[in-house]
Structure formats: C-alpha cells, structure tokens
Design a protein around this ligand. Structure first.
Ligand code: NAP
Length: 249
C-alpha cells in the first residue's frame, strides 16, 4: 500500500522539475494529484508521462481568478484536499544596480503573492491532518550573488510557514517549508544557459556543496513525500533542506 493511498494532492508548478517529480511520486504512492502551470503543452506532456491519477488545470498562481478556477475544479472532482504543495516559483539573475521593476514585480507576484493566495484559497478544502508544503530555497538563508530579489521572496515564504503554523493552530493543518539547494531542473538549467556563464556558475554551486553535485528532482520529491505523509505528523512551521549540505556548513 502506498504512503498516500486515497489522498488528494494539489501541486502548483507540477509540469516541470521538482513539482513534476513530486507529482509522479505522489501518484505512485496512491494519491490523486492535480497539477498546475501556465504552459498547457507542458501540462499535457506531464499528464501523459504520469498516466492515470492526475488532472492538469492550466493557470497562473499570481492570478486570483485562475486559483479560484483551480480549486473549484478540485472541489467538484474530489471535494477535499489532503496535501497542498505550493511549489510554483520563478527567479532571474540580476545584481543590485541592474534589477528592473518588472523583474521585481513578477518574482514577488509569483513567489510571494502566488504562494499566499494558493494556500489561502485551498484552506477551505483542507481538514484536520492536512499538510501544506511551501517550496523555499537555500537562498533564503544565505547571500547569493545577483539573486537578492528571488532570495528575498523565499525568505518571505520561510516566514509564511512560521506564522501560518500559528494561524492554523487549532485546525490540525501543518505547514512546512521544503528548501532545495541547487537542483538540476529545466528551470535551473535553462536559467544557467541564459546567463552566458553556465560553466562558471555550475562549478561554483558544486564547489559550495559538500555532496559535490547538484540534486535530482526525485531527491526533493522524496522529502516532499515525507512532509506530505503522516510520517511528519509532529512537524509544523519547520524548514527541511534538501541541499547536499550547501546551506548547512
Ligand atoms: P522549473 O522546472 O522551472 O519548474 C517551475 C514550475 O513552476 C513549472 O511547472 C512552471 O510551469 C511553474 N510556474 C512558474 N510560474 C508559474 C506561475 N505564475 N503560475 C503557475 N505555475 C508557474 O523549476 P524548479 O527548479 O522545479 O522550481 C520549482 C520550485 O523550486 C520553485 O519554487 C523554485 O524557486 C524552487 N527551487 C528550485 C531550486 C533549483 O535549484 N532548481 C532551488 C531552490 C528552490 P509554467 O512555466 O508552465 O507556468
């Protein structure tokens, strides 16, 4: 029997990288999973790869109407949510001096506003024993060159879990942060390629990481499974790092 047998999970940013690997794992563990993302064709590919047990709902987490449509679909098809993985996120490299207003707005809209309203709009469908997982980042705990805006959004996400654990004190709903280190996802690899400094940046990340390599999305998905399941039933407000030791030393 799977560790999420009979449960319903919603994963934002489920068509790629960490969210996709987690959707695959949750379905393999017996959950029914809803995935979201803005790109319809990537959602279709993800559904085909995962097979039965998944529904895709196209939408942007920074648009409240899209979130309403997502949760209306979940309510109609499954009634309740056991696990919410608020994982959709974006980031762009720019040092102070070169940060644009547009890049600031997009990053905060998706990572902070999107995370907040994803959780707020899911809560009416969640019950005692529910698990909310927010995707943070090692960058929230460290300085990272040319990544201050993204890092600040993830520091905000880290605090959301601390504060929401208190707001949800009497509900039995747990909120934890899962913070990956450098993980080889399409999002990261495309960003590195666009930077024009792929080799130097990759070598730098690996040199900073005690395990001496990038993580694989499946390794983050394994920890998402732990936070989703009753194995973590006495954890809330916590941050769990899956970072090869990067932010721990
Ligand atoms: P990825 O492969 O680019 O996946 C990002 C996912 O988020 C995609 O499914 C994307 O789908 C979705 N997304 C982005 N903006 C969205 C929006 N406005 N509305 C709905 N969905 C949106 O990157 P990833 O590395 O797996 O990233 C997943 C999470 O991990 C992010 O929160 C990221 O900040 C975090 N993280 C990643 C690393 C790393 O090294 N990879 C490290 C620390 C933290 P669409 O483009 O189709 O919308």
């Amino acid at each position: 029997m799977g560790r999420l047998e009979g449960k319903t999970a919603v994963i934002t940013g489920g068509n790629s990288g960490i969210g996709f690997a987690t959707a695959q794992r949750f379905v393999a563990e017996g959950a029914y999973v809803f995935i979201t993302g803005r790109r319809k064709e990537e959602l279709d590919k993800a559904v085909e790869a995962i097979g039965p047990g998944v529904t895709a709902v196209q939408g942007d987490v920074s648009l409240l109407d899209d979130l309403d449509r997502l949760f209306a679909t979940v309510r109609a098809e499954r009634g309740t949510i056991d696990v919410l993985f608020a994982n959709a996120g974006v980031g762009a490299l720019a040092p102070i001096g070169a940060i644009t207003e547009e890049s600031f707005d997009v990053t905060f809209d998706v990572n902070v506003k999107g995370t907040l309203f994803t959780v707020q709009k899911a809560l009416p469908l969640m019950q005692n024993g529910g698990s909310v997982i927010l995707t943070g980042s090692t960058t929230a705990s460290m300085g990272t060159p040319a990544f201050s805006v993204y890092s600040a959004t993830k520091a905000a996400v880290r605090n959301f879990a601390r504060s929401w654990a208190l707001d949800l004190k009497t509900t039995g709903i747990r909120v934890n942060v899962l913070s990956p280190g450098t993980t080889a996802t399409p999002g990261l690899l495309d960003g590195l390629a666009r930077s024009g400094q792929e080799g130097a940046l990759t070598a730098g990340y690996i040199a900073q990481t005690p395990l001496g390599r990038m993580g694989r999305p499946e390794e983050t998905a394994a920890v998402a499974l732990f936070l989703a399941s009753d194995d973590s039933s006495y954890m809330t407000g916590s941050e769990v790092f899956v970072d090869g030791g990067m932010a721990q030393v």
